[in-house]
Design a protein around this ligand. Sequence first.
Ligand SMILES: Nc1ncnc2c1ncn2[C@@H]1O[C@H](COP(=O)(O)OP(=O)(O)OP(=O)(O)O)[C@@H](O)[C@H]1O
Length: 263
Amino acid sequence: MNSKQEYIIEVKNAKKIYRMGKERITAVDDVSFSIKKGEFCCLYGASGSGKSTLLNLMAGIEKLSGGQITIKGHNIHKMSEKGLAKFRQNTLGFVFQSYNLLNSMTALENVELPLVFKHMNPKRRRKLAKEMLINVGLGDRIKHKPKEMSGGQQQRVGIARAFVSNPEIVFADEPTGNLDSKTSREVMDIIKKMAKANKQTIVMVTHDPNLTKYADRIIHILDGKIQEITEIKSETTLDADVSDIKQTDENFKPEVLPAGSSG
Ligand SMILES: Nc1ncnc2c1ncn2[C@@H]1O[C@H](COP(=O)(O)OP(=O)(O)OP(=O)(O)O)[C@@H](O)[C@H]1O
């Protein structure tokens, strides 16, 4: 079997040691696992177990102390800064616990942002961003700024922004960490629907056992190590109805213009 075809992310003996003066903290301790394309994978564990560090290593945000991580066959920790930035832009989307929206911009402008970085034609990117906001149920809030929206609405903008450029992989770090349980379910349903509609791979960090039911696979982390990996049979995974989600595959035909030409 060609593992490069089978797995989109491969983590081999990943290690992260933080040095705090004389103290060494092993946040990720010799961790190996692989994630299949289209899989919803959950990194689950208690606070301080190393989940976020592991996610940040997988996204190339933190540097490895040892081991290697490949995404689509590329050793991301061997890439140049520029190469990695480009790779992230083309392949990865991010959803953060604290939303990380730009407060001075409207919902629409926030969602457009990844497409601005891709130098997409303004008309096209506005159309795509609007469609994404409609997909997440915010068609009537496109001109609102983050402070004029609820936490759940802000996170839906965050999801629209993460998915608008149709990334193959979306990393989500405690995406519902600041939300109540009902809003959390709504947000998780949207993430699941989006990913399913476009066969995207999701890697989500959570300490909340209620959220693990959305995953195809749960990687249990304890003290920086994998404690166990639970495969969830597809019949028991919380499935989402994707009929009302517009497939970005169809819509996303970026008209990439040279830098600076989009006005
Ligand atoms: N920049 C850093 N410098 C030093 N130690 C760090 C740093 N970041 C994380 N750590 C330590 O690494 C360990 C793992 O932290 P990490 O944030 O990955 O855990 P987590 O499971 O995501 O926790 P939480 O759910 O609370 O966010 C912790 O002991 C933490 O104190």
